[in-house]
Design a protein around this ligand. Sequence first.
Ligand SMILES: *[C@@H]1O[C@H](CO)[C@@H](O)[C@H](O)[C@H]1NC(C)=O
Ligand SMILES: *[C@@H]1O[C@H](CO)[C@@H](O)[C@H](O)[C@H]1NC(C)=O
Ligand SMILES: *[C@@H]1O[C@H](CO)[C@@H](O)[C@H](O)[C@H]1NC(C)=O
Ligand SMILES: *[C@@H]1O[C@H](CO)[C@@H](O)[C@H](O)[C@H]1NC(C)=O
Length: 204
Amino acid sequence: MELVIFLLLVSVAQVSSLTPCPKCGSMEVPYPLSTDDSCGDPRYKVYCKNGGLEFLSAGGTYYEVLSIDPSADKLIISPPMIQNNTCYSSDLSVGGLSLDENLPFNISTHNTVILLNCSNNILLSPLNCSSNSFCRTYEDNAVEARGCRNTLCCHYLKDSAMTSHRIRIRVGGCTAYTSVVNIEPSNPVGSWNYGIELQWVRPS
Ligand SMILES: *[C@@H]1O[C@H](CO)[C@@H](O)[C@H](O)[C@H]1NC(C)=O
Ligand SMILES: *[C@@H]1O[C@H](CO)[C@@H](O)[C@H](O)[C@H]1NC(C)=O
Ligand SMILES: *[C@@H]1O[C@H](CO)[C@@H](O)[C@H](O)[C@H]1NC(C)=O
Ligand SMILES: *[C@@H]1O[C@H](CO)[C@@H](O)[C@H](O)[C@H]1NC(C)=O
């Protein structure tokens, strides 16, 4: 009897844990992403709010999920807004994007991060802040970066030599950022793929 109950519980647990979640608005929520304890894998939590899918950072900021590629274990979130008439990203108060290191997500190596309104002391770090950095093209052409024009800016490729759990900004460093997935420098700024690509560890 006990064995039967045990087996039943095990099979129920397996079935429910492998159930993909229902669509959020028009977006599919593929396994292992989980909008609810009854579906997906709860370690891969995302939030369905007002018909839009969102990712929660360790800093407590929600970022819109723009696309998901379950076969590559990847999703792309929207970079934060830059507030009008300033050069402040909306997540500046929490220091930019930070991911919980205990969760199975990290920032992939396909992101070119553009930092805006940097102070001079940032030049010491391994960033490209030259006059032909991609950040200049962005600052000069993107409407949302209007407030950042004529400030010191830099870019870097988020490669494996860096922490894959943070994009850091701060007052006295750089105060705004955006990110481009698989940047194509020769294409016009408006056609770049703006987003922050995250990767997840495939559930075992
Ligand atoms: C910022 O300005 C743009 C264009 O002028 C406008 O569409 C948008 O609503 C403004 N955003 C905020 C948060 O005020
Ligand atoms: C900075 O980036 C630009 C654009 O990719 C490149 O042409 C230039 O060589 C880079 N400069 C340095 C110092 O890496
Ligand atoms: C740029 O950052 C500094 C602090 O590092 C801040 O005082 C200044 O207001 C910012 N500039 C803009 C245009 O937001
Ligand atoms: C991010 O996670 C993926 C999947 O687990 C892993 O293959 C990759 O090495 C990690 N990237 C970094 C920079 O740590």
